[in-house]
Design a protein around this ligand. Sequence first.
Ligand SMILES: Cc1ncc(C[n+]2csc(CCOP(=O)(O)OP(=O)(O)O)c2C)c(N)n1
Ligand code: SF4
Ligand SMILES: [Mg+2]
Length: 303
Amino acid sequence: MMDIKPPVYIEEKLQEISHSGRLDYRSKALPTWCPGCGYFAIAEGVTSALTGLAIDPSQAVVVSGIGCSSRFPFFINTYGFHTLHGRSLPVATGIKVANEKLTVIAVSGDGDTFAIGGAHISHAARRNVDMTFILFDNGIYGLTKGQTSPTSTLGFKTSSTPYENRDMPLNPLMMLLSYGAGWIGQAYAGRQHHLAGMIEQAIAHSGFSYLHVLSPCVTFDKTSKTYKALDTIVRDLPDDHDSSDLLAAMAQARQTDHPALGLFFRQLRPTLGDGLDDIGRLARAQAKGGQGRPGKAERAGTG
Ligand SMILES: Cc1ncc(C[n+]2csc(CCOP(=O)(O)OP(=O)(O)O)c2C)c(N)n1
Ligand code: SF4
Ligand SMILES: [Mg+2]
């Protein structure tokens, strides 16, 4: 007799997911991404991380720029801010400074971050703003129908490079390592569980955490960063990788032919908020000591 497989009880599955609490973090808006887009895995990863860390949705804010990736805040049931193209970081920094208790997650595409918004990430990293930044890297401008981006591979044929891309791609991991980010990791949308774990670690880190997610654009990229191509080249960081060793992290980040997944670098240092708290304490102490605010002339440097 033929083996009859047990039926999939969708109702039971839905109840199980509902009881896990994860649906509390999904908004009622269904994602508008193309079926198969890597961004679904990132959304799933963020909801699973928020559940794992038991973060109250009313105490979290997701901030984005413009792009397919930047539609993200609509699909997550936290506070959200869909800002201007390339400007998620300045807005996210303002939110964190205004209310330090909030969990702030900024999300952005490769074009949004490294083209039009290119000047912001260095400063968020060096100032160690206590937030998580998730870079959705599909190596293409998805929203505007498939032009090259600063992370497009050499030789990639797109609507803006019919004779193949000749521009050297940026190496965002190397950049973030030299900007002084305190937590730098890489994940892949094709490895959902690992990705969710990395998002959880990134959010738990105190300081600026940068998670680079390799994520195929299934609609406009049929040849470059596809699931098929990435599946064959990604690898885990070596077991003996020392995440406190900056040079070891850079050596791994340089191996772009075989992108490594995992935590490249981690270092705890005072955050922007710690520095501002300190300045506040010093200013109050100075005011109490009778010195008050410096006069107008002193402030202008002419007193
Ligand atoms: C000021 C401005 N310039 C250009 C655009 C057009 N534009 C919208 S999204 C985008 C690039 C998006 O690429 P990426 O950040 O990689 O996001 P993806 O869609 O791939 O997720 C561009 C150039 C715009 N909306 N505003
Ligand atoms: S166009 Fe590409 S990046 Fe945009 S939703 Fe579709 S698959 Fe994803
Ligand atoms: Mg992109």
